[in-house]
Each structure stands twice: as structure tokens, then as C-alpha cells.
Design a binder for this molecule. Structure first.
Ligand code: ATP
Length: 607
């Protein structure tokens, strides 16, 4: 018997943290939970009726046993005996049949509610600002999407139906018992709660062991996650940590051995206690029933006593689970609260209600006194002013961490400015339709994100309608076509986890091709700082140079050749534009640019 049932797959006892964090159950919360159930009220009504009918029918064979014994066996009436047996079988079959219908309907409802919640959550999460993803743990986000919502599903399939069927079973059993004999029935009512005492204390012990072993499995999962990932293994290999990691893993796994054995044995003792107690109950009924029959000449029959015993054992389960309902209830409310917490997080970046979609696009970008900070205490951009005219190009240069990537993040509204404005064709980006705005901007970032799929799938991500001809042209322009067709599987080559099967240069060229398929008005190129070999670099340069001439573009440049391709250079330092102009002027000015030129660009040129 598992003690890990109930929502969330945890024990039947609330932990101290759970008790402390138990949510306040308000009318609003309940109404909100109900709003997810309401669309399925018809199906729920069917389930309700099915549960009631199945519980009543389920008790019938036990009641019929009395008649089988008294009227059939003791009364020596074979005809009646056969009829009663057949009736018993039919009733039991009928109740099981209804049970099937009920669990099908139940699962159907739970699946639909889960689906509704998950899609609502997924859509909501996709609208969350970038800062949400940088500051929240990815594991936590996924837990809410998966386990919390499946916890809700369990509440509907298990908790709700078990409350209902248990209450009905109990009422029917009690009514049947009292109709037979009130003394034995009262005895039964007194015995049943006694059964639940050992269950509860043994369960508690087991639950604390389960928690300990869960903590160890979390630790093991952590080790596995860290060491068996691509980047983890690279680190392990490069620092010769294999032996140390194996020792760490084995130490944790050894802890688990001891705990698991203890946990299993706790379960074993628990069963001994339970079965002893469950035999005491029937024995008591036999004893008291016998005394009533023999000493007090009561009209109680052997059949009555048998029915009592069988009803008693049927009451044990429902009583036990009804005693645990409070735990399930608190836990499910906590789960709903966690889900609602995410759904209530404000979507700070979305299209304004009166957002505009211009029908004529040029591609002028203006930054007007832009201030921006990721965290309130630290201003990253301190008054940025510049204009990018349609058809021209700008190179952003500056020391690492000066705010170059931050500037470009503001254009497609990955973040919003704190003050000042960024405008596109004279309209503040916050007033533009967000889909429209993001269609206009194409970014080739340093972190070229490719998902685990084929080259073709990654390319089509930008434009699902792209034709073969378009794809071929884009790849040729991005200087990646020859590489692709030389692969054994061509466009069907898998790129691996996050594109790790490709080199840095190949990834970047592939992502240039992807942006070309998107065909944006503004092209943003965040040049990789990491050194690429000169062949790779030349291939990228050849791809990017004509594009810069063709498109309105912003380049975050680390190499002189890229800088020279731009019409204007902005030098960023500490979140401000400290110099701007052309290479020939800046290099002679003796400022930040001259220094960068001497220390970085020139060297790169010589190497
Ligand atoms: P590099 O050339 O090294 O890429 P950069 O000039 O592009 O640097 P940004 O990425 O714009 O620099 O970062 C500017 C500053 O903002 C850095 O000091 C960085 O630590 C900080 N920063 C960047 N992203 C975040 C974030 N999501 N949350 C908080 N701070 C951030």
C-alpha cells in the first residue's frame, strides 16, 4: 500500500512548510477554481450519478450474502440460492461496468481541464517579458507547467471522486448495517476509527523516510544534470574530474540504499500492524454477534453477522481516506494558488489597445534620451541619442559590458525603456503593434540559438512558407549553401542539441540565412566576440558585407572589417555614446575609439 498517493504524489501528511504556507481559501479562490470546472458541468453530473449508482450497486453483493446464507444455505432452498448468486454476479458486473464509464468520463474531464490550464499558462508565459526568464529558474517554470497542473488533474480524478464515492459507500453501508441490527452496527461504528490509528502513525514514519529519500534523489538528479550535459561533460573532462564526480555520485547513491531499505521495511511492519487490526474487528463482531444469538435469544442470524463483517471491512478504506481529505484539500488549494500566481503576473510588454500598424514602412530608428536599467539600482543606459536613417548602417563599438546588446534589445521591445523613447518611422515602439514591430527586426545574435532539429527545420522557423528557391538563395547569400549540400544528409542534417554539432562559424552563417528568410526591414548583427578562424571569419564577412549595404542595419562590431562596412560608428562606454563619426576621424581623435583601435582592432588586423 503506497503512502505517496494524493495530489502531488506526496505523503498523506502535511509537512511543516506546507502547513505554514497553506493558502487562505477565499471565495474568490474557490470561484476561480470552479470557473475551470464549470464548462464541464454536464459531464460532471454524469460522473456524479455514475458514482452514486456504482457505489450502491457495489454494496449489494455484501448485503445479498446474508440472504444467500440464511435463506439459501440454511433455509436449504437451492432454487433461491442459484437466483441469489446470479443476482449477486449481475449486480457486481453492472457496478463494474458503470465504474468503467465513470472513470472514462472522469479522465476525459480531467484531461480537458488540464489542457485548458496548460494552454492558458503556455500562452501567458510566452507573453512574459524577457526579464521574467532571466530572473526565474527554468526548472521552476517547467514545474508549474507540468507537476502543478498534473496535481490539479489528480485532484479531479482522485480526490473529488473518492470523496463522493466514499461518502456514498459509508452511508449505504451504515444504513444496511443498522437495518440488520443496531447493536452490531454501533459496535462497527466504534471499531472503524480504531483501525485508522495504526495506519496514521505508521504512515507518518514512512512519510518522513520518503521525504529524506526524495531529498537524496534530488541531489542525485542534480549531479546527473550537471555532469551528463554537454557543457558539464566538457568541464569534467577538461578538469579531469571524472573520478571525483563518480565518487560524489556513489556517495549519494549509497545514502539512498540505506534509506530505501528502511522505507521498504517500514512498509512491511506497517502491513503487519494493519492486518492484525483488521482481523480483530471481524472477530469482535463474531463474538458479540454470537453472544447476542446464543445468550440473549436475539433474532440475529448467521447471515446478518456475515453481512456485518463484510460491510465493516468495506468501511475501513473510505473512513481512512476521508480522514485525509483535509490534507488533499490544502495541498490542492496550494497548487491552484501557485498556478494562479503565474497566471496573474502582469504582461508588461504587449501591444497597446490602440496600437498602430503602419502600411508604409521605411525603417528609420531614433533613440531619444533613452535611459534603461535591468535592476532599479543600476542604470545601464544613461541617455542614449542617435538616429539610424533608412538604408544606412551604424556600428556600435565599445568595451565589454558597456551596453551595446542592451541598446539593440530595446528595438524589438525585448525590454522597454525607463524613460525617453525608441521610435520606428517616427512612432514610439510602444505604440506599434508588437507583431508588426518584431516582423520588422531581424537579429543575428552572438548566442545563435538553434533548436535540436534539421537544418531545414531551423531555417523554416523564420518563415514556414519559404520555398526551396528562397531557402537556396538565402543559404547562398549567407555562405552556408556549400557546407549544407556537402553534408551527407544535406538540408536534413541534424544540428544537435542547441546546434552543438556545428561550429561557431557555421551556426552564425546558418542564423544569417535564417534572418534572410525572415527578410526584415532592420537587420541587427551582434558579432561574435569569440575568435573564429580566419576562413570562417571571411565567410561570415563575405555574407554580411553586401547585406549591410542593402539593408538598414545596426552592427555590434568587434572586428575592424565589420566596423568599416558601416556608415557611422557610435562608441559606447558606460551606457553613454562617448564618440561618433567615421573611422578615419575617430582613429585620430585620441579618445576611447583610438584606444580600442590600438588594443583590439589593429591586433586583429595584424593576426
Ligand atoms: P559585450 O560586448 O560583452 O556583449 P555589451 O556592451 O553588449 O557587452 P550588455 O550585454 O548590453 O553589454 O550589458 C550591459 C550591462 O548590463 C552589463 O554590465 C551586464 O552585466 C548587465 N546586464 C545584461 N543583461 C542583464 C540582465 N538580464 N539582467 C541584469 N543585468 C544585465
Amino acid at each position: 500500500m503506497s503512502m505517496r498517493g494524493g495530489p502531488g504524489g506526496r505523503g498523506a501528511y502535511l509537512t511543516e512548510e506546507e502547513k505554514a504556507a497553506a493558502p487562505k481559501v477565499t471565495k474568490e479562490l474557490l470561484a476561480r477554481v470552479a470557473s475551470y470546472l464549470l464548462p464541464y458541468w454536464k459531464q460532471m453530473l454524469i460522473v456524479l450519478i455514475a458514482i452514486a449508482v456504482a457505489s450502491v450497486l457495489g454494496m449489494m453483493p455484501a448485503v445479498l450474502t446474508g440472504k444467500i446464507i440464511d435463506d439459501g444455505l440454511i433455509g436449504r432452498n437451492l432454487d433461491l440460492l442459484v437466483k441469489l448468486i446470479l443476482a449477486s454476479l449481475a449486480v457486481s458486473f453492472g457496478s463494474n461496468l458503470i465504474g468503467v464509464l465513470q472513470s472514462w468520463m472522469n479522465t476525459w474531464i480531467a484531461e480537458h481541464i488540464t489542457y485548458d490550464m496548460r494552454s492558458q499558462m503556455f500562452r501567458h508565459l510566452q507573453k512574459m517579458p524577457q526579464s521574467f526568464f532571466t530572473s526565474n529558474n527554468q526548472g521552476d517554470i517547467i514545474t508549474r507547467m507540468t507537476s502543478d497542473i498534473s496535481g490539479v488533474q489528480r485532484i479531479i480524478t482522485d480526490t473529488l471522486t473518492s470523496i463522493l464515492s466514499n461518502v456514498i459507500t459509508l452511508i449505504v453501508a451504515l444504513a444496511a448495517m443498522y437495518r440488520r441490527n443496531w447493536i452490531l452496527a454501533t459496535l462497527g461504528v466504534m471499531i472503524v476509527p480504531l483501525f485508522t490509528i495504526p495506519t496514521r502513525s505508521a504512515g507518518k514514519k514512512r512519510w518522513s523516510l520518503t521525504r529524506e529519500s526524495q531529498a537524496v534523489s534530488d541531489e542525485i538528479n542534480g549531479i546527473l544534470n550537471e555532469t551528463l550535459s554537454v557543457s558539464g561533460q566538457t568541464l569534467v573532462k577538461l578538469f579531469n574530474r571524472e573520478e571525483r564526480e563518480a565518487e560524489k555520485y556513489e556517495a549519494a547513491a549509497r545514502k539512498q540504499i540505506a534509506l530505501n531499505i528502511k522505507e521498504n521495511m517500514a512498509g512491511r511492519w506497517f502491513r503487519v500492524v494493519i492486518s492484525t487490526f483488521t482481523t480483530i474487528g471481524p472477530m469482535l463482531i463474531y463474538l458479540v454477534g454470537g453472544i447476542l444469538m446464543m445468550k440473549y435469544n436475539s433474532d440475529i442470524t448467521v447471515g446478518d453477522i456475515t453481512v456485518m463483517v463484510s460491510l465493516l471491512s468495506r468501511m475501513y478504506g473510505p473512513v481512512n481516506s476521508l480522514l485525509n481529505i483535509q490534507v488533499d484539500w490544502i495541498r490542492s488549494m496550494a497548487m491552484f494558488t501557485r498556478i494562479f500566481e503565474y497566471l496573474d503576473m502582469p504582461v508588461s510588454i504587449e501591444s497597446a489597445p490602440d496600437a498602430v500598424t503602419p502600411d508604409h514602412v521605411e525603417g528609420n530608428i531614433v533613440f531619444d534620451d533613452v535611459h534603461f536599467s535591468y535592476e532599479p539600482s543600476r542604470e545601464i543606459l544613461k541617455g542614449i541619442n542617435f538616429e539610424l536613417k533608412a538604408g544606412s548602417s551604424i556600428a556600435l563599438v565599445g568595451p565589454s559590458g558597456s551596453g551595446k546588446s542592451t541598446i539593440i534589445n530595446l528595438i524589438p521591445r525585448l525590454y522597454d525603456v525607463d524613460s525617453g523613447s525608441v521610435s520606428f518611422d517616427g512612432i514610439d515602439v510602444r505604440k506599434l503593434d508588437l507583431t508588426f514591430l518584431r516582423e520588422q527586426v531581424g537579429i543575428v545574435s552572438q548566442e545563435t540559438y538553434l533548436f535540436n532539429g534539421t537544418i531545414m527545420e531551423n531555417l523554416k522557423y523564420a518563415n514556414p512558407k519559404a520555398t526551396g528557391q528562397m531557402i537556396m538563395e538565402a543559404c547562398k547569400k549567407a555562405n552556408i549553401y556549400d557546407f549544407i549540400v556537402n553534408q551527407e544528409k544535406g538540408f536534413n542534417t541534424m544540428v544537435g542539441n542547441r546546434g552543438l554539432k556545428l561550429s561557431g562559424g557555421e551556426k552564425q552563417r546558418l542564423s544569417i540565412a535564417r534572418v534572410l528568410l525572415k527578410d526584415p526591414t532592420i537587420l541587427i548583427f551582434d558579432e561574435a566576440t569569440s575568435a573564429l578562424d580566419s576562413i570562417s571569419e571571411n565567410l561570415i564577412q563575405e555574407a554580411i558585407d553586401p547585406l549591410i549595404k542593402e539593408k538598414t542595419s545596426i552592427l555590434i562590431a568587434h572586428r575592424l572589417s565589420t566596423i568599416l562596412a558601416a556608415d557611422e560608428i557610435l562608441v559606447i562606454k558606460d551606457g553613454m555614446i562617448v564618440e561618433h563619426g567615421k573611422h578615419s576621424e575617430l582613429v585620430k581623435a585620441g579618445g576611447v575609439y583610438t584606444e580600442l583601435y590600438e588594443t583590439q582592432f589593429k591586433k586583429a588586423l595584424e593576426s
